[in-house]
Design a protein around this ligand. Structure first.
Ligand SMILES: NC(=O)c1ccc[n+]([C@@H]2O[C@H](COP(=O)([O-])OP(=O)(O)OC[C@H]3O[C@@H](n4cnc5c(N)ncnc54)[C@H](OP(=O)(O)O)[C@@H]3O)[C@@H](O)[C@H]2O)c1
Length: 139
């Protein structure tokens, strides 16, 4: 079984749908692709929940986080979460070799964090197109 570490930026409509898809399709991912997607961190605009032991946030906690965000909660206010003002630092703490950073935010402000992820040789996947529209010189 191949384990794929994932750091998810943004828990809005798209980020929450992605988490639901991951949690709801574990059996399919395992049987069809031999794949386990491990969510190492999820973030919103000023907070994050990080799996500090590197084993991934549990599915039960992920579903709780989705429900919490649907109620417009902030990850920064959760006992299991905390404030963040630097997504690159979250990637640095949570990332593992072979990680995929998924940008489901709606801001170009993720650009430095995405470049940092590439610098770490992580893969980057974007639902958010805004970082592709800015001048990357000097970031
Ligand atoms: N919705 C669609 O059907 C669709 C389809 C294709 C592509 N997209 C693209 O996918 C992306 C996500 O769409 P969405 O509908 O899920 O947007 P959304 O519901 O507005 O969610 C955006 C997420 O990004 C976070 N965020 C906003 N500003 C941030 C910042 N400066 N730093 C870090 N995080 C920040 C928000 O945090 P808070 O939760 O704290 O507000 C929220 O979790 C967008 O770029 C959109 O263009 C969307």
């Amino acid at each position: 079984m191949h384990e794929l570490p994932v750091v998810l930026l943004g828990l809005g409509s798209v980020g929450r749908a992605l988490v639901r898809q991951i949690v709801g399709n574990r059996a399919l991912h395992a049987s069809e692709y031999g794949l386990i997607l491990r969510l190492l961190a999820v973030t919103d605009r000023d907070g994050a929940v990080v799996s500090f032991d590197g084993r991934g946030i549990s599915d039960a906690q992920l579903l709780d986080l989705i429900a919490y965000k649907e109620g417009r909660g902030r990850l920064a206010d959760l006992p299991a979460g905390g404030r963040q003002d630097d997504l690159a630092a979250v990637i640095d703490v949570a990332g593992q070799p072979g990680a995929v950073v998924v940008d489901c935010t709606a801001t170009e402000e993720t650009a430095p964090a995405l470049l940092y992820a590439l610098h770490k040789k992580y893969k980057v996947v974007l639902a958010n197109k805004k970082p592709l529209t800015i001048d990357q010189e000097g970031i």
